[in-house]
Design a protein around this ligand. Sequence first.
Ligand SMILES: [Zn+2]
Length: 447
Amino acid sequence: MIRIKRRAVSVLLLVALLMGGLCLYIARFVSSGEKWASSVVNRAVFSDGMLATGTLTDRNGVVLAAWREGRVFADDERLRRASMHAVGDMSGGVGTGALTSFRSRLIGYDFINGIYSREGTGGEVALTLDSRLQTAAYDALAGRRGCVIVSDWLTGDIVCMVSSPTFDPENPPADVENDPRYEGVYINRAISAAYIPGSVFKLVTAAAAIENVGDIYERVFECEGSAIIGGEAVTCTERHGSLTFEDALAVSCNVTFAKLSLELGADTLARYAESLGLTRRHSIDGISTARGRFDEAEDGSADLGWSGVGQYNDTVCPAAMLRLVSAIANGGGAPRLRLTERGAPGKFMPAASERVMDKETARRLALMMSYNVERTYGAGNFPNLELYAKSGTAEVGGGEQPHAWFTGFITNEGHPFAFTVVVENGGSGASAAGAVANAVLQAALDE
Ligand SMILES: [Zn+2]
């Protein structure tokens, strides 16, 4: 009797072990199945380390990449060049490309069916990009280095993302690694680079001034073209004379903004750069953007003055700047940027957003950005656009032309678009980068 009891206990123990093992396996399958299926050693979906399945389209179903006994990209060569960074290349050099980042969705993995798909073509992923805007941005950059990123400021959908230099992913150049024309070609500058921002950073200093300098709108600033700040000369491009706060942003007066920076202090500016999201990384459907930089310079120093006008050690990622101007357009809420469609087609899925500034601050910044266009950039250069913008002409030193920035948004009916354009060594922000932004926004309106 005792022996039978012992045997029963052993059998029960064995069963318990088996059940435990099975549970562990199921748990691991649930948590890691997707990773196993999308591992490059899975020969069903990979060929020579390359994803061999799935279709990637733009928001209108235009094919950007597919697998047809080999990797194919868009039919149109300009679209292939324009979208190389967003999509990815043949060699996987662009680590942030959709072919790499959305691998498991392209494989079509799901928990019930694994990688099985009825047609055997894998999954289909629709990006939020619009092919027409992709080629418009590519044409407008005209081979210059830099980037264009445009999003819907209500939903966070990125409708255009182009980085230059680029190449045709179907015919990659022979010596990408050593040819200086292709230096840094695998970097998607819109999300993975951080540039000296120059005067677009004055939006941050302005936000801090609106909320911390009580009489900011009553003040009159004097600009003699240069001023000694912290023992060094801070200079403007010209003598701006007597200015209101709005005028100072519109003419981008360095003297005024450097003085304001000293008054605000380094810790306040650092706090705003952080809370407005310029120094942090952001996730675009799991793709991480580059971190920006704001170093707190010594109180009362020229460096502190320059840090508040977007020079000194400041750097900003174009995507983070896009998020900031989207928040201004949205009354203070920054939408979560995204690159893929979510939810059922036709169903409006409100994007999660994060409040980064007060509604009143956003309203005042928007008014000032509109005044910038009226007073300085010239509404005639941006026909039919209800435009709010800030330019930046970022000194890069070394005798090189400054980087040109232009960022802002439009409120045209049906086209709630925010944008950031950088043309490296492009010269004047408003004319070089402004013209690129205008070309893309005109294409967007022309639907
Ligand atoms: Zn000035």
